[in-house]
Structures are given as C-alpha cells and as structure tokens.
Design a protein around this ligand. Structure first.
Ligand code: MN
Length: 214
C-alpha cells in the first residue's frame, strides 16, 4: 500500500542551468528523492507488520527510518517548487509588486533586513557538517520566521515550525558540478529562488492555527 508518491518536477531537467546542471536534477529527483518516497512507504509497511506480529525488536530503527525518509520526501517536494529559472522570475528578492510584500516585511521584522537573513541562511546551509539543509521556517507560536540548520533531513528542528524555503546542502545536490565548493553552490542558489512559491507557503503557514497554546 503505497501512501507516498514521487511528485513530477515543475520544470524540465535543464531549467535551472547554469546554477544546477540537468544531470544533477535528474539524479537528484529520479533517484535520490524517489528513494526517500520508497523508504517512507517501506517503513510504514514494516511498522504495520510489527503491529500485526506484535514484534517490536526493531521499533527504534523503524521510527528513525520513518522520520528520515518522510522528512526527506517532504523537504525535496518543497525544494523543487522553491526554485525556478531566472528567465521565469527566479532570484532577486521578494517584492510587494509580486504579491509577496508581507513575506518581505516578515523577513525584515524577523532578521533585521533581507541582507542579514540572506547571510544567516547562506551560512547555516554552507556550514552543515556532513548531510543537512538550511531552512527558512515559520514558527507558529511567535509568528516569527527562523532559520534552521537541519541535520540529515529531520534533526535539529524546532517542533511545529513549517519549512517555507529549503536549501539542500547534501553533497548529492551539488558535487557533480561544484565539487567541494559548497559555499559557491549555496551562493548560486539565490539566483533560482522562486519567491512566489515561498510567499505562498508563508501565507499558508500563517493561516494555519497552531494546536499548541500555553
Ligand atoms: Mn537531496
């Protein structure tokens, strides 16, 4: 029973050139992302089997695998939509003229300025140790935006925060093109950010009612 499916890319493999080459996009989506989808589905099946047989010996590993693969699927699904070609409006800054003025205001309120936010997300992404992500997230208790440095796909995150812009800093995201120059890759990423998509996610996150109250 497959619950999760690999979403189609919103563009062709070459759409993000020269920032990300088509070979990376193809492997990253068709192989890596697909593996997380399969991993999440397989783990759910294994958990069902554990419940059926009342065999809990592998529960710790299964819960870890579920968090890893499911978070991988979710982050990659956001990642593809967070980007678009500079020819189609990718890059720059969120602008009121593009309908994302409130996102721009929230960034300024939360980080001091767009430049300070950009520096923080760039640093958080580029300094990941091993595999990880830099993430801009909406934190629903305070209504602030925060930057998270995510370990693997699931670690080092604040519970309840909603990712709205994600930078994949795993080596598979850049190594074929940028080799060991992770900083160059992260800096180039800003040329393909789809601010309309980030703004849409910000509006949706803001509209959702937090289930936690103190
Ligand atoms: Mn990835």
């Amino acid at each position: 029973m497959a619950i999760y499916t690999l979403p189609e890319l919103p563009y062709d493999y070459a759409a993000l050139e020269p920032v990300i080459n088509p070979q990376i996009i193809e492997l990253h989506h068709d192989k890596h992302h697909a593996a997380y989808v399969k991993g999440a589905n397989d783990t759910l099946e294994q958990l069902e089997e554990a419940r059926d047989k009342d065999q809990w010996g592998a529960i710790n590993g299964l819960e870890k695998n579920l968090a890893f693969h499911l978070s991988g699927h979710i982050l990659h699904s956001i990642y593809w939509n967070n980007m678009n070609s500079p020819k189609d409006g990718g890059g720059g800054e969120p602008l009121a003229a593009d309908g994302v003025g409130d996102l721009a205001d929230a960034i300024t309120e939360s980080f001091g300025s767009f430049a300070k936010f950009k520096a923080q997300l760039t640093k958080a992404s580029a300094t990941t140790q091993g595999s990880g992500w830099g993430v801009l997230a909406y934190e629903p208790i305070s209504g602030r935006l925060i930057v998270e440095q995510v370990y693997d796909h699931q670690g080092n995150v604040g519970q309840g925060s909603v990712p709205i812009l994600v930078f994949d800093a795993w080596e598979h995201a850049f190594y074929l093109q940028y080799k060991n120059q992770k900083v160059d890759f992260i800096e180039a990423m800003w040329q393909v950010v789809n601010w309309q998509d980030v703004g849409k996610r910000y509006h949706a996150a803001k509209a959702s009612v937090p289930l936690i109250s103190f």
